[in-house]
Design a protein around this ligand. Structure first.
Ligand code: ZN
Length: 76
């Protein structure tokens, strides 16, 4: 029997203070990376897709950002 599936791992990259795109307030934004991996017999083999996101701690809105943007923000 073959057991396979997808697993998504969310990792926080850091917190940056920015003007929120949703509420317009300057607030802490939590930067995170979601990696979806293909796994076989519960062993993650290779990443299928990687997405970056940001969540505002003021209004709790979350949105997807590009990899370039995430990399740029994570450097600070
Ligand atoms: Zn906000």
């Amino acid at each position: 029997m073959l057991i396979f599936g997808l697993r998504t791992v969310v990792r926080q990259l850091g917190v940056v203070t920015l003007i929120c795109r949703n509420c317009g307030n300057t607030a802490a934004q939590v930067l995170s990376r979601r990696v979806t991996k293909f796994s076989l017999f519960f062993v993650p083999l290779f990443p299928v897709r990687t997405k970056y996101g940001m969540q505002c701690t003021f209004c709790a809105a979350s949105y997807t950002i590009s990899k370039d943007e995430a990399t740029r923000l994570a450097v600070h």
